[in-house]
Design a protein around this ligand. Structure first.
Ligand code: NOJ
Length: 761
C-alpha cells in the first residue's frame, strides 16, 4: 500500500513533460471553445475516465476502496481512466501523480486534486460552527483564504468545503462542520467561505476551487444519526435547507458535492429534481457535481439500484458528474451508452463541466502550477497565518455567563487553579476534519494562560483521565468512568486558590463524520470533577471545548462564569487567554440553540408556532414537555460581553410598504458598561399569516458594532419585500401581503418589537 506513496514522494516518476502554455487570462468564451474542441477529440472511454475519481491509498477519508488495487489504479491513471484524485497532498506528491496522467495519456488531460480543507490546511482555524459564532462572515472569508493559500501551495486545487448543511440536531456529529441552524446566517458564511477559498480568480495559484456540500438536507438525518434517512417537505427544503447552497452558488462556487442521504425515498445522488432541476436548471450552476464517497455505489445499498451499472444509470441521469470512489461510472457507463440507455450527451455534459473547471483553474496552461516546493515551504504555518488563526479563535468565543464580573481575570493578585485534562491538551483544539494539522500542535489553554501572565509555572491539576487517545479512525471512544485518580489533587488545588478555570467538554473525535451521539452531556468523570471542585470553591470559570451544543444545564445553574470555546484551532490557548484576561472583550453569539436536555432536540429558534403554543388556560393540552421547559438553555444569537448594552428607541420609517418600497428600522444601542465592546445587533421578522405557516421568528439582518463606554450608535436596517419572500403554498418565491412583526435585539429571544404591513401594489 505504501509503494505508490513512496514512489511519488521520492519523485520516481520523472518524465520530461513540457506543458503547452496557454493564454492565462482565458475568457469564458475562449474556455468554452477550448472545452468543445477537446471534447470533440475524446473517445467515450476517455470521457468516462474524466468522471472517475480515486483516493490515494495512503490517506483515506472513507471506507477502504474495493474497486481496484493501488497498482491497478496507477495503470488506470496512465490510461486516462482517472480524471481526479483526492487525498494526495504536497507539491511533490501531486506533481508526480499529475505526471502519470499528463505524460502518459493521449490527450494529456491533467487531473484535478481535491482534499478536505474544512477549517485550515496546516494552520488550523476554529471549526466552522465556532467561527460562525463570530457573526463575522469577513473573518470566515479571511481564514478560508489562508487555508486556500496553504492548500494551493501544497499542490491542491480543490477543497471539499464549505459544508453548508443547516443542522438542528446536536446528536449529529457533523454539526461542527457547518454554520449552525439558521439559513440567513448560514448563507452569509457560505458565500464568504466560497469567496475566501476562490478569491476573485480561480486561476490564481493562491486560491482553490470550492465545493459546496452536501447537496442536500444531510443535516436533517433522522435521530441525528449519520448517513440516516431524511424525509422533509419541499417547503423545508426550499425555505431552510437550500438558501446557503444558493448563496454559495451565487458567490461562484465551482463545484458541489451531493449527499449520502435520501429525501423521501430518493437518495440525493439519484435526485434529478435537486441536481438537474434546481441546481443546474433554476440556479444556472455551470460547474460540476461530485458524488460523496461511493454515494453512487451506495445507491445499491439504499435499495434503488441492483448493481453498479444501474447505479451509474441513475446517477448520471440525475446529474451527478463525478464518481468519487464508487467505481460505478468506470464499470457501467460504457455499456449504458452502447446499449442506448444513457445518451452520450449526458456524459458529454458531465465531462464539459469538469473540463470547464480544469480550464478555469489554469491546469491546461500548466498542470504543475500548484506544485512549487519552495512556495510550499514558505507559505505554510507562517506567523501571518497564525495571527489570523488567533484573531479567529478569540472572535469565535461566546461568553455564556459572568456573574459578579468574575471575568476578566486579573493577571496578578489572584491565585488561579487550572483544572481539567482538556486544559493542557494540545491536540483536541485542532478539531475534527483537521487536514494536515500536525498532531499536538495547538497552543493549549494552559500554555496560552502561561504566556498571557508571563508566569512559567501555573497551578494545574489534570483531574481524572477523560478518554484514551482516540483518533479520527477510532470507531468507538472509551471514556474513563471508573479511575478517579487525579480527583483529590484537583480538589486540593481548587481549595487553596482564589479562582478555578476548568476546561470541560468533548474530545475532537467525539464530533465529525460518523460521530453521532445519543447523549450530549459531559462524558467520563467530568461532571463529577466539576461537582467536587465546586463543592470547595464556588469561583469556577468553566471553559467549554466542544464541537456541538452540549447539555450543561446542571453546570449552568452553578458555575458563575462560562465561556464557550469550541475547538478553536492552532491558536486556541492564546485566543482563550485573550478572553479570560480581558485582552479581548468577547462578542461571539451562538449560531445554534443550546438545549437543556437531549430530549429537546431538534431545537431551533425559527420553529413554527403550532396550534397550541401556550397554556393560556393552564391545562395540559398544549405543546410542551411535562418534565422540562421547552425553551433552550441558551437561545440562538445569545452571547454576553464584559460590558453591557442597552437597546432603545426603535423607529420605523413607515407603518407599511408596498413591493419595491423600502422600510427603515432604526434602533439606538448604548454601551452602558465600563469597557469598550462589540455587539451583534440582530433583526428578526415574523410573517403573521401566510399561505403556509411561517416561523415564529426569522433572522433577516445583523450588524456588529463597536461602542466605547457610554457611547451610543443608531443602527438602521433596510427592509424590502424581497427580505420577506418565501416559498409558499404554490412553491414560488414571493412575499405575501399582510401583517409583520419585527424585533431588533441582542439575541433571538429578546428585542424591541415593532410592526408593519406589506400592502399589495
Ligand atoms: C465523505 C464526506 O461526507 C465528505 O464530506 C468528504 O468530502 C468526503 N468523504 C471526502 O473525504
Amino acid at each position: 500500500m505504501k509503494k505508490l506513496m513512496l514512489l511519488i514522494a521520492l519523485g520516481f516518476f520523472s518524465f520530461s513533460f513540457k506543458p503547452t502554455m496557454g493564454n492565462k487570462s482565458s475568457t469564458d468564451q475562449e474556455i468554452e471553445s477550448k472545452v468543445e474542441q477537446l471534447l470533440s477529440k475524446m473517445t467515450l472511454a476517455e470521457k468516462i475516465g474524466q468522471l472517475n475519481q480515486y483516493t490515494s491509498r495512503w490517506e483515506m477519508t472513507g471506507p477502504a476502496p474495493k474497486g481496484s488495487s493501488e497498482q491497478q489504479m496507477l495503470e488506470m491513471i496512465k490510461k486516462g481512466q482517472v480524471g481526479s484524485m483526492l487525498n494526495v497532498t504536497g507539491a511533490v506528491a501531486v506533481r508526480n501523480a499529475q505526471k502519470l496522467a499528463v505524460e502518459n495519456t493521449r490527450l494529456h488531460i491533467p487531473m484535478i486534486f481535491g482534499y478536505d480543507v474544512i477549517h485550515g490546511y496546516r494552520t488550523m482555524f476554529p471549526i466552522p460552527l465556532a467561527e460562525a459564532a463570530s457573526w463575522e462572515p469577513e473573518l470566515a472569508r479571511k481564514s478560508s483564504s489562508v487555508a486556500a493559500l496553504e492548500a494551493s501551495a501544497s499542490g491542491l486545487q480543490w477543497t471539499f468545503a464549505p459544508m453548508v448543511d443547516i443542522a438542528r440536531d446536536a446528536r449529529w456529529g457533523r454539526i461542527m462542520e457547518g454554520a449552525g441552524e439558521d439559513p440567513y446566517l448560514g448563507s452569509q458564511f457560505a458565500a464568504a467561505r466560497v469567496k475566501g477559498f476562490q478569491g476573485d480568480d480561480l486561476s490564481d495559484i493562491h486560491t482553490v476551487a470550492a465545493c459546496v456540500k452536501h447537496f442536500a438536507a444531510y443535516g436533517f438525518v433522522e435521530s441525528g444519526r449519520d448517513y440516516n434517512t431524511v424525509d422533509i417537505s419541499e417547503s423545508t427544503l426550499r425555505n431552510v435547507v437550500l438558501p446557503p447552497f444558493k448563496a454559495a452558488v451565487d458567490a461562484g462556487a465551482a463545484t458541489v458535492m451531493n449527499a449520502f442521504n435520501e429525501i423521501g425515498g430518493t437518495p440525493s445522488t439519484a435526485n434529478t429534481h435537486l441536481q438537474r432541476d434546481i441546481l443546474k436548471g433554476e440556479w444556472g450552476f455551470d460547474g460540476f457535481v461530485v458524488s460523496d464517497w461511493n454515494s453512487i455505489g451506495e445507491l445499491i445499498v439504499h435499495g434503488v439500484a441492483k448493481d453498479k451499472t444501474e447505479a451509474a444509470n441513475l446517477a448520471i441521469h440525475a446529474g451527478s458528474d463525478m464518481d468519487m470512489e464508487g467505481n460505478c461510472y468506470i464499470t457501467g457507463l460504457n455499456e449504458l451508452v452502447q446499449s442506448g440507455k444513457v445518451d452520450e450527451k449526458l456524459v458529454d455534459d458531465a465531462v464539459r463541466r469538469i473540463l470547464r473547471i480544469k480550464y478555469r483553474l489554469g491546469l491546461f496552461d500548466d498542470p504543475y502550477k500548484y506544485c512549487d516546493e519552495k512556495r510550499e515551504k514558505e507559505s505554510i504555518l507562517t506567523k501571518e497565518n497564525l495571527a489570523v488563526a488567533r484573531e479567529a479563535a478569540r472572535r469565535s468565543i461566546v461568553l455564556l455567563k459572568n456573574e459578579n464580573n468574575l471575568l476578566p481575570l486579573k493577571k496578578d493578585g489572584q491565585t488561579i487553579a487550572i483544572i481539567g485534562e482538556l486544559a493542557a491538551d494540545k491536540d483536541v483544539p485542532l478539531g475534527s476534519w483537521r487536514a494536515k494539522a500536525l498532531t499536538g500542535s495547538a497552543v493549549s489553554m494552559l500554555e496560552g494562560m502561561q504566556a498571557a501572565t508571563g508566569k512559567s509555572t501555573v497551578a494545574y491539576a489534570r483531574g481524572p483521565k477523560y478518554v484514551d487517545g482516540p483518533s479520527a479512525f477510532t470507531a468507538e471512544l472509551s471514556f474513563n468512568t471508573t479511575d478517579r485518580s487525579g480527583l483529590d489533587e484537583a480538589v486540593a488545588l481548587a481549595k487553596k486558590s482564589d479562582v478555578v478555570v476548568m476546561a470541560l467538554g468533548e474530545n475532537c473525535f467525539q464530533t465529525g463524520e460518523g460521530r453521532s451521539q445519543t447523549d450530549i452531556k459531559l462524558k467520563g468523570l467530568q461532571q463529577d470533577l466539576f461537582d467536587a471542585v465546586y463543592a470547595v470553591n464556588k469561583n469556577v470559570v468553566v471553559v467549554l471545548m466542544n464541537g456541538r451544543p452540549i447539555d450543561i444545564t446542571e453546570i449552568a445553574q452553578k458555575a458563575p462564569a462560562i465561556i464557550e470555546a469550541w475547538h478553536l484551532g492552532s491558536e486556541s490557548g492564546n485566543g482563550i487567554a485573550d478572553v479570560l484576561f480581558g485582552n479581548y472583550n468577547p462578542a461571539g453569539k451562538l449560531p445554534i440553540s443550546f438545549p437543556r436536555a437531549v430530549g429537546q432536540v431538534p431545537i431551533y429558534y425559527n420553529h413554527k408556532n403550532s396550534g397550541r403554543p401556550t397554556n393560556g388556560e393552564g391545562n395540559v393540552f398544549w405543546s410542551h414537555y411535562t418534565d422540562l421547559s421547552k425553551e433552550p438553555l441558551f437561545p440562538f444569537g445569545y452571547g454576553l460581553s464584559y460590558t453591557t448594552f442597552e437597546y432603545s428607541n426603535l423607529k420605523l420609517s413607515s407603518g407599511s410598504i408596498t413591493p419595491g418600497e423600502k422600510l427603515q428600522a432604526t434602533v439606538t444601542v448604548k454601551n452602558t458598561g465600563n469597557l469598550a465592546g462589540e455587539e451583534v445587533v440582530q433583526l428578526y421578522i415574523r410573517d403573521l399569516a401566510g399561505s403556509i405557516t411561517r416561523p415564529v421568528k426569522e433572522l433577516k439582518g445583523f450588524r456588529k458594532i463597536m461602542l466605547q463606554p457610554g457611547e451610543s450608535k443608531e443602527v438602521t436596517f433596510t427592509i424590502s419585500d424581497s427580505d420577506l419572500a418565501f416559498y409558499g403554498a404554490d412553491l414560488k418565491l414571493k412575499a405575501e401581503p399582510g401583517d409583520f412583526k419585527l424585533w431588533i435585539g441582542t439575541n433571538s429571544a429578546e428585542g424591541l418589537e415593532g410592526a408593519f404591513v406589506l400592502k399589495q401594489n
